[in-house]
Design a binder for this molecule. Structure first.
Ligand code: KIV
Ligand code: NA
Length: 279
């Protein structure tokens, strides 16, 4: 299997072939996602929520992202992998931004980076793209700005907000992004944006007419995720219950001494008994 690239992604959009994207944060999740045939993997800073147990994505550092991206790229060697730029790593000077991009690409071995924001990040996007690094945009609900937005609310409900999102998408396309994540955007607005740009849109809680869909690994699999019951999430497997039941059976069998059983043990030679007990 050949890894996808940004040229093929644009062609897939033109041909009407949807892109499937999933987050992954470590070796096993990446390995399983690749084996399952996912098109793209996102090492999302949602790892702050679902792996590290923070309330927001703000505490996630570049160190966290490099470490997890490297684990993911070891697990999925033939899949296009996008790494999130963490909070406050792309709003300073371009040199500082490029240092973080370099770490995700060279140490993490990602194929592309993702940045949240609209018109205000377009010059940064252009500079990173000029350095030869594909950039995925991300507009709508942008969790790194939760303290400005004032909560995790749906974007693009009224005409003014819809126009702002459309303007942001067009500006990002002009700045050179290879695709745009639309998060928690009304279906009508996401559809209009998807028609207005020639690069793929990848939706999460953004309806049926995006060019692709992305979900968080732990949400999709009901794997101890705090967000698994959100309206836009569909649970495809209940891994959390499976793991909890497995661990609880183990605990019980240890308590009642039914594990380990005879089949799990290693035996010494017969004469060892005599020497140990001095027969
Ligand atoms: O971090 C993440 O998982 C994301 C997706 C929700 C798009 O940015
Ligand atoms: Na993210």
């Amino acid at each position: 299997k050949h890894a996808l690239n940004i040229v093929k992604m644009k062609k897939m959009k033109a041909d009407g072939v949807p892109l499937s994207m999933l987050t992954a944060y470590d070796y096993p999740s990446a390995l399983l996602a690749e084996e399952a045939g996912i098109d793209l993997i996102l090492v999302g800073d949602s790892l702050g929520n679902v792996v590290l147990g923070y309330d927001t994505t703000l505490p996630v550092t570049i160190e966290d992202m490099v470490y997890h991206t490297r684990s993911v790229t070891r697990g999925a060697r033939n899949t296009f992998i996008v790494a999130d730029m963490p909070f406050m790593t792309y709003h300073g000077g371009i040199d500082e931004t490029l240092r973080s991009v370099r770490r995700l690409m060279q140490e993490g071995r990602a194929h592309a980076v993702k940045m949240e924001g609209g018109v205000e990040i377009c010059s940064t996007v252009s500079a990173v793209v000029s350095a030869g690094v594909p950039v995925l945009g991300h507009i709508g609900l942008t969790p790194q700005s939760v303290n400005m937005i004032g909560g995790y609310r749906i974007q693009g409900k009224d005409a003014k907000d819809a126009q702002r999102l459309m303007d942001e998408a067009k500006a990002l396309e002009a700045a050179g992004v290879f695709g745009i994540v639309l998060e928690l955007v009304t279906e009508e607005v996401a559809e209009a944006i998807s028609k207005a740009v020639s690069i793929p849109t990848i939706g999460i809680g953004a309806g049926r007419y995006c060019d692709g869909q992305v979900l968080v690994f732990h949400d999709l699999l009901r794997y101890a995720s705090p967000y698994r019951d959100k309206r836009f999430v569909k649970t495809y497997a209940d891994v959390g219950t499976l793991i909890r039941e497995g661990i609880s059976s183990y605990v019980q069998e240890v308590k009642e001494r039914s594990f380990p059983a005879e089949s799990h043990v290693f035996n010494a030679d017969e004469h060892v008994l005599d020497s140990l007990y001095g027969a």
